[in-house]
Each structure stands twice: as C-alpha cells, then as structure tokens.
Design a protein around this ligand. Sequence first.
Ligand code: ARG
Length: 546
Amino acid sequence: MDAGFVKNLIIKSIKDNGYEFFGDIPLEFSEHADVSSSVAFLIKKENPAEIAKNIAKKIEDNGEFEKIQAQGPFLNFYFSDKTKFEILTEALAGMALKPLQKNSGKTILIDYSSPNIAKPFGVGHLRSTIIGQAIYNLYNFLGYKCIGDNHIGDWGTQFGKLIYQIKTKKIPLESLTIKKLEELYIDFHKQNNDSLEQLARDEFKKLEQGDVENIRIWAECKRISLEEFSRIYDLLGVKIDYDYGESYYNELASHVILELKEKGIAQQSQGAWIVEFPDMPPCVLQKSDGASTYFARDLAAIKFRIEEFNPDIIAYEIGSEQSLYMKQLFATAKMMGIEKDFKHIAHGLIKSKEGKFSTREGNTIHLEDVINEAINRSRELLKDSDVNIDELSKQVGIGAIKYNDLSQDRENDIIFDWDKILNLRGNSGPYIQYAHARILSVLEKAGFFELKDLPNKIEDNESRIISKMFCFPEILKQSADNFAPHTLCNYIFSLAQDFSNFYNQNPIIDASDETIKNFRLAICKATGDIIKISLDILGIEAPGRM
Ligand code: ARG
C-alpha cells in the first residue's frame, strides 16, 4: 500500500464520475484522517464539496480502508488495521522508498555556497551552503545525478582594490592572512575616493590581461581564502563537487560577450555594453574599460555547464536580493537560444534577535565564531551526558545551526535565536537528534524482535505514526519539487512529536504481550529509520547516544 495506490483509486473514481483531471493527485497528511486529498479543489465542475462526495462514493475499496469519507471539500481516507500493518511492514523493509530511488535519468546542477574570496566566510553564505547541500542530497536520494558547483567569487574589480593595497603598502605575500585581506579591503573603502577607484580598476584590468605580478598576488589571495573555506566546509561536513569559480570563466566570458554583440543582443551604452529587457532594467555585460562583469561570467558558466554536464535543471541557491539579477540572467540565456529549466532557489536574510546580523562595529559576523558558539552552548546543554562530550557537542551544535536554517521557509528572513535553536523541547535540531537517539536506545535494550502478527487493537498513538510513515515518500517528493527542505523538517518534527507521545503513553519493552511488543518495536525501528534518512538528507548528524 503506497501513495500511488491511493492516487490510482482516486483517478479511477474521477473518471467513473465523468470528471476530468490531469496531473498529480495531491495527498496531504491530515490531523483528521490517515491521509487526505484536496483534489476536489482542482476539478472545475460543481462545488468542491459535491465533487469530493462523489469521488468518495465511487472509490472501489477491497478492504484497504476502514472508511473513505468526504469532509467538506476534502477526501479523507482511514486505513483498515490490515493496511496499517502492511504500511508498517513496508516501512520496516524500506520498500516504500524503492520506487522513488530508482535512477531518474535526470541531471541537476546546483550552484551553491559560492562565497567571495578575500573575505571571511560570513553567515550570509551559510544559508546557501546549508540549503544547497540539503537539496543536493535530496535529489541524490531521489535518483538524480547531482552536480554541485561552488561558484566562488574569485574574479572582479574587488581584486583590483586588493592588489592596489598590497602593492602600495608593500605587503609581503607571505604575511597575508584572511584577516589581513579583510582589513585591507575595509581600509580601501575608508579612503573612498574616485582616483583610488580608478587605480584599482587599472590593476584589475592588468590582472585580466594576464600581468604576471598581479596574477601572483591574486593567486595568493585565492589560496589563502580557499584554505579558510575548506576549513569551514570540513567543520560543516559539506563537500561540493566542483569549484570552478568565476575566474575560470574569464576567457569564456570574452567569447560570450562577442556572441552577444554579434547577435545584436548586447547594446552599446556610454562605452559599456549592456543587455536590455522589455520589462526589467538593463544588465551590464562589459564595462567601459573592457572588463567583464559578474553577469558575463555567469552567462559563460551556463554555456560551459551545458557543454560539460548537460544538466536537465540548472539551479542557483542564492539570496533573494539577487532575484531580479537571476531573472535577467535567465532571460538573456533565452535570448541566446538556450532553453533550459533554470531555477532560482532564493533564500531570505539571517537576522539576529536584535535585527541586523552584524557585530557592534558593523562588521559582518564570521561564520566560524557562530559555529564555535553553537558548539560551546551545546557543551553546556549536554554537560550531564555520559557520552564523549567533544564529539557530541559538535554534532549537536552544528546540527542545530543547520536545522534552524532548514526548518524555516527558505524564502523568509530567519531569526537567529539561540534559545530556539537549542531548545530541547521545540522544533529544533537537538530535539530531533534526541528522539532518534532515544529510539536507538530502546531498540538496543530490546534486542532481537520480529514483526509477525497484527495486535488485536491498534492504538491511536500508533496509528498516527503509521499514517505519517505512509506519507514519507510524498513528503520527500514535495520537498524536492518545491526545493523546500522545511517541508521535510516539519514532517520529521511532527513524527518525532508523535513518537514522543507514543513512547510516554504506551509501554514498549514492557508491553502486555509479545505481539504488541514486537509491533511497537517495529514502530520504533521504522520511525528511527525515517528520521535517520531525513537527517542524512539534511546533512545533520544522528548521534547514537545523547
Ligand atoms: N559570489 C556571489 C555572491 O556572494 C554568489 C554567486 C552565486 N552564483 C552565481 N552563479 N551567480 O553574491
């Protein structure tokens, strides 16, 4: 018994009623039934309540359901105990997921993380890193070929500024650190005058033209930054397949610029070349001094990615402040004759409880400091645990930061509130990790068990968990379709809550007979598996003990 089975019953009844509907039948998990469908809203005929009633009436049931009922416009399904048993058996064997996991034959390229070189890794790029990686893992799980590309900002006029600073201040390259680079950058902007900007532009131009000295300085800045980034990625447990970075496209961008000029897509404007749109402001392709732009390099990246990987979907996990830019980019690709499924996976800002996320001095907050604080706070929280606290506080602290980000609708601005992030009772990473660890400990204590028979009665607490199990594959699909990890997070949170009620109210190891005990242990095991699979997808560790 799976979602496909229920959908087919609905489709058949729709036909038998003489209604028309194309597309995927929506299924939702509901508080009022085991599973529910709002398909009646999507059929344009008489009123939805009437439609739901008619569909319910004509569904052919072979004992799979206790009842099928329209409640207003919703179509509610209540599983029979036999079906519940079947769902649990399938969840236990991981069977429900098999059809989802077969090779889809599709490739998705995800551009994520993409920090800028010569700046420390700020919290701003954290969201892209965490969400991008979760989406990568999710699609991977669903049988896609995934390509992760870290479009590092390692090219552009900002390097002219750094090179200018390093040269005029005669700073030995060996003495450079990421901190020093940041200071030089901030110092440049403090001086803030036009002639300086021009000198910086000249340095960048020399870099673009292959000046040996400038390339040497740039390469050193890049090396230092990449070292810093990889330390952060290691801490976060993130691994991105490629990091071509913007500099890789310097040469290719000049071809794209030429192509756009020749095709008449680019227009000259005050010495620069721009692309105009009927419904959006123009984008600069080439500056008046001949330098390429972020936009030109992104167009070059599109061409390269198509040639190299031929992806079906090209997705960008980038902040929503670049939404207009993304539209301009996709529209330009279309003008160039590139028909691809482009997606902007936009995220909002991270804010602290006080408002903006920055230090008192107005500097950006460094990600590493935030990670370290999370680890220290977790250490405090878990100090009574008898497990290796170093390892555990890292797993919990980092998991908490990730879960905080992933569990909120990514398009919204999110609040960084330590009390909520580490709340062991609320919708938090530690809560889910704890539920999982508790399940493992029950299973360990119980030892061998075998699900064989259906108990005389299935309790409500058990039923609720089983109907959630039924929905898991649908949740994964919805979460992928909408690039919405929070759908998965909210699902496992509510599953963990149901589990907690079950655990507190229904004796497991001390159940009144063997059949019930085995049945309950099966619920524990299958619930634990679902949480573990989900945490893996979300990139969050699942400590065995807490
Ligand atoms: N480095 C850019 C930034 O920090 C993000 C790059 C995103 N990817 C892209 N292909 N434009 O704003």
